[in-house]
Write a protein that binds this ligand. Structure first.
Ligand SMILES: [Zn+2]
Length: 292
């Protein structure tokens, strides 16, 4: 979509409404709302409807899944660094790269950049879904050693989690087909410029099963990358009093925890950002190699 003041204004109004709604429902705190608004406006103004719809699919589905099986997830979730309400860095870690790619797309107009954006969406959706559903699995294993670990451990993978990441990627691909179809219909009745605004980058993809494969594959790769970074570089702490591994620096019991593995500077947000960079790079490379 060609950037204009009008689209930026529409983007601002649309995203402001969504951000306020999310803030009121306590999906986002104040900082998270500002970050989400910034990401949403950039993605819409520089990418277009399709891009924003994909971003909203991630946001809405993640929030919906987050509210499922609350009882079952209560125990493992206690050791997560952050729960429930998303803050500035959480939103930035998930959406920052997506916004940057929208801006780059506007400069270079390359469908490979849209592929990279797709890689980010597939990865962050796969990671969130994989965490929300995978944490239900009774006996997860660490992605690096395949040793059995406690539910909720950073870097843990399970069959259920993997199947969920694949489903996330597959559904995103289906959504792209739908958006393309809707864009063609709306564009057909309203004229070429609307088609361009709606689904220009999508048009260049659709026409093969390759897109579905690419998105589902990248979702699994991105989800695994997230687990891998979680198992290797993410700072994981240990509470000596409770004898528990945790992501928290200050434990629930009030005790200061000790760094057990990984690096203190790399928290769950940093891991998400790293994984989305991998997802973007893999999607970009696969698209450039197979589709061009
Ligand atoms: Zn403790």
């Amino acid at each position: 979509m060609v950037f204009s003041q009008t689209t930026a204004l529409i983007g601002l109004i649309l995203n402001l409404a969504i951000a306020i709604y999310a803030f009121k429902r306590e999906w986002l705190d104040a900082g998270g709302t500002v970050a989400a608004l910034t990401v949403g406006v950039l993605v819409f103004s520089f990418g277009g409807w399709t891009w924003l719809a994909l971003l909203l699919f991630f946001f809405a589905s993640s929030n919906a899944l987050g509210r499922q099986w609350v009882k079952e997830k209560k125990l493992p979730r206690q050791e997560f660094a952050k729960e429930g309400v998303r803050d500035f860095w959480q939103v930035f870690a998930n959406g920052g790269l997506a916004a940057l790619l929208a801006v780059l797309y506007n400069v270079y107009q390359s469908p490979a950049i849209f592929a990279a954006f797709l890689g980010v969406i597939a990865t962050i959706t796969a990671d969130t879904w994989g965490t929300e559903v995978g944490v239900l699995e009774k006996k997860p294993r660490l992605v690096t050693t395949f040793k059995g670990v406690k539910r909720g451990t950073s870097g843990a993978v399970s069959k259920l989690g993997l199947a969920t990441t694949f489903a996330a990627g597959f559904l995103i691909a289906v959504l792209i087909y739908f958006l393309d179809w809707a864009g063609a219909i709306v564009g057909g009745s309203l004229g070429g410029s609307v088609t361009a605004a709606f689904g220009e980058p999508v048009r260049q993809f659709v026409g093969g099963f390759g897109l579905v494969l690419l998105t589902a594959f990248v979702a699994v790769v991105g989800g695994l990358a997230d687990s891998f970074f979680g198992a290797t570089v993410q700072g994981v702490y240990y509470c000596a009093k409770c004898k528990k591994e945790t992501e928290k620096r200050l434990h629930r019991c009030g005790c200061k925890t000790k760094l057990k593995r990984g690096y203190a500077v790399i928290d769950n947000d940093a891991v998400n950002l790293l994984a989305s960079i991998v997802g973007a790079a893999v999607a970009f490379a696969l698209y450039s190699f197979f589709f061009h």
